[in-house]
Design a protein around this ligand. Structure first.
Ligand code: GLN
Length: 450
């Protein structure tokens, strides 16, 4: 813990932590030492972790990287972090992120953008760590935590993991409790770990996952010993290659990595099967209707009365307006406006209902694929990390999620593992998509690739 606290202080230029909690960390580490001395060590005893600012941590600032939650200290602890503390983990601090987890580059944070520790070959120019869990990914890559919590609504665990050469898994919807996780789009949000390798991710997810009476969408499904599958041979496993994931404009090196990784798996005895997921191309537009719709509803609670910031006005309505105008950043305001529009009478059927139908079709594509394959292999992102300020058009930014959003729309588990380096020396990630509640196979195959 002391070593990590020291490293954190030296790496503040990354802007990965928004709150450091050294006193709490030392107290938790001391309690760990005491348990170890009594031979009562938990599965994560003494392991120092960073926590995404989206998780409520009792008495510790939790702002979802938003101005509107200024000074909010929850009087409760999220279920996921409670599970980690139960197993002996130590909290180092809260990690930066895109505001309310909306973004793919960590440039929408009220606290300013996060820097990726990686650089292009022969360049010292800063790069984004991806988003929205950019603080988590950057901190893991820079060794300023041993692992981190993150969340994924459309790719926010997998894309930053791909951009930083780390491992990130979004478990099946319902695997981890959402209780105490600030809501973005409730039917898509899932918590998961970002870690240095597949084994660490497996150990962390085992601890984070649980059924929880406080989240009725969490599912009572046994959590296997994920670590036990690491190193298990993949001979005979059927790996699907969906042809719809070959999209125009993807750099040749990403497609080449994808082909190469299929070959690695084949060499280890897996069977490579070409499959079709015909509704893939509708996933991104449908996601950018469903997610903002749910966000506009979830973010209605930030009204200047219940939490954080209050900007006074002449009457209560102008107080609401002033608070929300000052408290939300531009991307969050854009989402609230899109969401309100697609849910409004007259547009609801044309946009929202239709997007939900598309969602069902996407899920059915996968249901059919599972007759033929055990796991699906795709690239994690359509490019390696880019520079801050490089993408200014929001729709261009949304295209970053092209390979990841289908997984959230279908509620499936997806992992990103580092596959290799680009010509410019940047990490590129591969994504494995699994059957519902079959995270174990993702760890097994992920380890065969890493
Ligand atoms: N980049 C996507 C968005 O901005 C996904 C975010 C996420 O997964 N939290 O909505």
């Amino acid at each position: 813990t002391d070593a990590y606290l020291e490293a954190m202080a030296k790496a503040r230029v990354l802007n990965a932590y928004v709150v450091e909690t050294p006193e709490q960390a030392r107290a938790m580490a001391a309690a760990s030492d005491a348990r170890i001395a009594k031979s009562e060590a938990g599965a994560l005893e003494g392991i120092p972790l960073g926590i995404k600012d989206l998780f409520a941590t009792k008495g510790v600032h939790t702002q979802a990287a938003s101005h509107v939650l200024d000074g909010f200290k929850p009087p409760y602890e999220s279920t996921v972090t409670s599970n980690l503390w139960r197993d002996g983990a130590v909290m180092l601090g809260k990690l930066n992120m895109d505001e309310f987890a909306m973004g793919s580059s960590n440039e929408t944070s009220y606290y300013g953008n996060v820097i990726n520790p990686w650089r292009r070959r022969n360049s010292n120019a800063a790069l984004v760590p991806g988003g929205s869990s950019g603080g988590s990914a950057s901190a893991v890559a820079a060794h300023i935590c041993a692992g981190a919590t993150a969340t994924d609504t459309g790719g926010s665990i997998r894309q930053p993991a791909a951009f930083t050469g780390t491992v990130g898994i979004k478990p099946t919807y319902g695997r981890c409790s959402r209780w105490g996780v600030v809501a973005f789009a409730s039917s898509l949000d899932q918590a998961g770990p970002i870690a240095r390798d597949v084994r660490d991710a497996a150990i962390l997810l085992k601890s984070m996952a649980s059924v929880d009476a406080k989240d009725t969408t969490s599912v009572d499904h046994p959590v296997p010993d994920y670590e036990a599958v690491i190193g298990k041979p993949i001979k005979g496993l059927r790996v699907g290659i969906p042809r719809e994931y070959r999209v125009d404009g993807t750099p040749a090196e990403i497609d080449a990595l994808w082909d190469k990784s299929a070959k690695w798996l084949k060499e280890q005895g897996a069977e490579i099967v070409e499959i079709s997921l015909p509704h893939t191309k509708y996933a991104l537009p449908a996601y950018y209707i469903v997610a903002p719709a749910e966000a506009s509803s979830n973010l209605a609670r930030y009204d200047g009365v219940r939490y954080g910031l209050r900007v006074p006005g002449d009457d209560i309505v102008s107080m609401y307006e002033n608070t929300r105008a000052a408290g939300f950043g531009r991307e969050v305001q854009r989402r609230v406006m899109i969401g309100t529009y697609v849910l409004s009478a007259g547009y609801y059927d044309a946009y929202y209902v239709r997007a939900q139908k598309v969602r069902t079709l996407i899920k059915q594509d996968f249901d059919k694929a599972w007759d033929k394959v055990d796991v699906v292999l795709t690239p994690a992102t359509p490019s390696p990390a880019f520079a801050p300020g490089e993408i200014t058009d929001p729709v261009q930014m949304y295209l970053n999620d092209i390979f990841t959003v289908t997984v959230n729309m279908a509620g499936l588990p997806g992992i990103s593992v580092p596959g290799g380096l680009s010509e410019q020396g940047l990490p590129m990630g591969l994504q494995l998509i699994g059957k519902p509640f079959d995270e174990a196979t993702l760890f097994q195959v992920g380890h065969a690739i890493e």
